[in-house]
Design a protein around this ligand. Structure first.
Ligand code: UDP
Length: 239
């Protein structure tokens, strides 16, 4: 890596679908390996790296198949899905000799450490990649909100929100051909225009705590490193 990183500590938010590869569901080990390589590159550049992974490739509490279910039960399933993804990513990272810890918001001692804030920070200081799993541990929340919460707790400099598109647009760029991308946009504009970046709870928390978000395309190889080096990639959401 040539340029040096502009962040000391990052929180990278990956959706569960990112691990699903082209199928979009389940875990594609090939895709997990590709993502792990990019995370390793960032980590090797000396950036303290924490991850929050979603569970949408396995189960979403708000999705159609869960409609007949009690919402809390469905959300518990969703949170357990994020643990499956965290273990998959941990395995892929450790195969590349990256030292990792999975910390869960729901206790499951045989599988992972419980989330303890000071311990998480210590892991990061020791150069371990920390994967936060099971969301916030509470139903009715999303992993985007979990990402913001954890980012604030560990004093991350920024949230890197990896998506399937290049940044924040005024319309869905997959549906609308001439959708406009914002290189920079305020939290308030995201909220008032109801732009699909993160859910409103997550954006509001970033706004209240002045935590910048960079939204970028995970499907462009090398993008995570570019963002961390300060290249103008994606959209910056800030005050
Ligand atoms: N979830 C939850 N509380 C949390 C985080 C997640 O109940 O704090 C559940 C919720 O059902 C959600 C699912 O876990 O639909 C998967 O998370 P999310 O939809 O955020 O994953 P992503 O879209 O990022 O893959």
């Amino acid at each position: 890596m040539s340029a040096s990183p502009i962040f000391q500590r990052i929180l990278l938010k990956l959706s569960g679908e990112a691990l699903g590869g082209t199928q979009g569901f389940g875990v594609d080990p090939k895709r997990a390996n590709e993502i792990a390589q990019e995370i390793r590159d960032v980590h090797e550049s000396g950036v303290q790296t924490a991850l929050v992974i979603g569970g949408g490739n396995i189960f979403r509490g708000v999705a159609d198949p869960a409609k007949e279910m009690d919402r809390v039960a469905a959300d518990h399933m969703g949170m357990l899905g994020t643990v499956i993804n965290a273990i998959a990513l941990q395995d892929a990272l450790e195969k590349l000799s990256v030292s990792t810890r999975v910390m869960t918001a729901i206790a499951m001692h045989q599988v992972a450490e419980p989330f303890i804030r000071r311990r998480a920070i210590r892991h990061l200081e020791k150069g371990r990649v920390v994967i936060f799993a099971a969301g916030t541990g509470n139903p009715y929340f999303s992993t985007d909100t979990a990402a913001v919460l954890r980012a604030m707790e560990i004093h991350a400099d920024v949230i890197l929100k990896a998506t399937k598109v290049d940044g924040v647009y005024d319309a869905d760029p997959v549906q609308v051909k001439d959708a406009r991308m914002f290189p920079e946009i305020s939290y308030w504009d995201v909220l008032s225009q109801n732009l699909r970046v993160m859910d409103a709870t997550a954006i509001s928390m970033c706004r209240e705590n002045h935590l910048p978000i960079i939204v970028f395309n995970l499907n462009v190889p090398g993008n995570i490193v570019r963002v961390v080096q300060g290249e103008k990639v994606g959209s910056l959401v800030t005050g």
